[in-house]
Design a binder for this molecule. Structure first.
Ligand code: UDX
Length: 439
């Protein structure tokens, strides 16, 4: 049986580990966070992700999935090590690679026979080369001549659909430089091939670049649509019609064209910035990519701007219900969530905020610990006595509110629909004033 170690038990690491184990491989998930590993060994999953708990538990019980803090100890036993540790943004927007390099050092210090080190974390072009050098230095330092390879295997899974995406991906991108590494990777992904997707082998730099190009392209579509929506507002066009109109062109396609209150999450904001940074380091300015970020930052302010159109500039003492906190539905992830910007602006303006999210409330409470935000148990409690509702995350349960009930319990009549999910006519008919994005 093939034995693999996966370092980092975040979204990417934990999902990859569980899914590889599901295909019958023996997986050891490694993390330096003792509490996380202890929790996983007791069957508690640190993140909310549909379907994940079940496959973690099943494979753990079957003895194919192990959790440990000791990377050094398992390095003698595995053939492949996936590095899926964090690459958080530094102050200047570039990626902080210290965790990636630390894994490389430990790898170099402890491998005893041929082992393949695969980077799954999103890392700038050229990182694999630096990893290779670090491993070689560590081997040289202990006078060991152990063969190894490095490879790049960026992960494209979406939060909220991570298990599904991993199990049946559109494609798997693998950057390798030796036939041995290529064969190993092909073998590893063969069980997934039965589902008919492609493994694209390429050189390592291209694989590293592919990940950034994919995320920057998707982010570009969103910022572009937000730009179009803002103009629609001004010229009296309806961006929802424009979206359908252009999305039916097969060259454009209808996905990822939804205007809103800006993209958030752990990937787009960080990766767009890091790509621009890499370019600058190479003496090049990526004008489109840099504009994508500027447009997105500005767009996060759209909610409170629209709210002021309804309630007037002075928001002091106004009660605002915030519906949805997570950066997108089906996750409790609040990283770079537009809700944080909106809540910050509301508090700054002296408004009172009552927030509700189906799963992210605790996470929000943790992040905003000292801020005077109230949290409600459901969407109607949040709106009780409110002057306006700010819809930030498009959870399904928000899509068809009981408008008359809201009208009866709210103090005011404002609806700001940050994701264009409400039926405007229904809201108007119930006596509300409505603002969407670009319509
Ligand atoms: C993304 C990529 O999709 C994935 O391939 C990559 O591996 C990691 O980054 P994720 O961050 O989980 O995944 O979320 P995604 O569903 O892509 O949404 C990102 C943000 O864009 C969310 O805030 C979402 O609300 C926003 N978005 C998405 C829009 O505003 N409009 C759209 O049309 C689509």
């Amino acid at each position: 049986m093939m034995r693999i170690a996966i370092v980092g038990t975040g979204y990417v690491g934990l999902v990859s580990g569980a899914c590889f184990a599901e295909m019958g491989l023996d997986i050891t998930c490694v993390d330096t966070d003792r509490r996380k590993i202890a929790a996983l060994n007791e069957g508690r999953i640190p993140i909310y992700e549909p379907g994940l708990e079940e496959i973690v538990r099943r494979n753990f019980d079957a003895g194919r999935l192990h959790f440990t803090t000791d990377l050094a100890a398992c390095l003698g036993e595995v053939e492949v090590v996936f590095s899926a540790v964090g690459t958080p943004p530094r102050e200047d927007g570039s990626a902080d690679l210290s965790q990636v390099f630390e894994v490389a050092r430990t790898f170099g210090r402890h491998i005893g026979r041929y082992t393949l080190l695969v980077t799954k974390s999103t890392v700038p072009v050229g990182t694999a080369e630096r990893i290779r050098r670090i491993v070689a230095e560590e081997l040289a330092a202990r006078g060991a001549e152990v063969p190894f390879d490095v490879a790049s295997n960026p992960e494209f899974l979406k939060e909220g659909a991570a298990v599904k995406d991993f199990m049946s991906p559109d494609r798997v991108v693998v950057g390798v430089e030796s036939e041995r590494a290529r064969r190993l990777m092909a073998r590893l992904y063969r069980p997934f091939l039965i589902n008919n997707f492609r493994v694209l082998f390429m050189d390592i730099a291209s694989a590293e670049m592919t990940k950034y190009a994919a995320n920057a392209m998707l982010a570009t579509r969103i910022s572009f649509m937000n730009d179009i929506a803002n103009l629609c507002d001004r010229v009296g066009a309806d961006v929802e019609m424009v979206r359908k109109g252009i999305g039916s062109d097969a060259r454009i396609g209808n996905k990822f064209l939804y205007p809103g209150c800006g993209y958030g999450g752990s990937c787009f904001p960080k990766d767009v910035q890091a790509l621009a940074c890499t370019a600058r380091e190479h003496g090049y300015t990526m004008q489109v990519v840099e504009a994508v970020e500027r447009v997105n930052e500005a767009q996060k302010g759209v909610l409170v701007r629209k709210l002021r159109e309804l309630l007037g500039d002075d928001l002091r003492g106004r009660r605002i219900a915030v519906w949805g906190l997570a950066f997108k539905p089906e996750t409790d992830d609040m990283r770079k969530a537009p809700a944080l910007t909106a809540i910050g602006q509301l508090l700054e303006a002296g408004a009172e905020v009552t927030a509700y999210d189906p799963v992210a409330t605790e996470e929000c409470r943790r992040l905003l610990k000292d801020r005077p935000v109230r949290y409600a148990r459901n969407m109607y409690d949040a709106a009780d006595g409110a002057d306006a509702i700010l819809l930030v995350t498009e959870w399904k349960e928000f899509r068809m509110p009981d408008w008359p009930r809201l009208r009866a319990t709210m103090r005011g009549d404002g609806i700001v629909d940050g994701r264009n999910i409400f039926d405007k006519q229904e809201a108007l008919a119930a006596g509300f004033r409505y603002r969407g994005i670009g319509k």
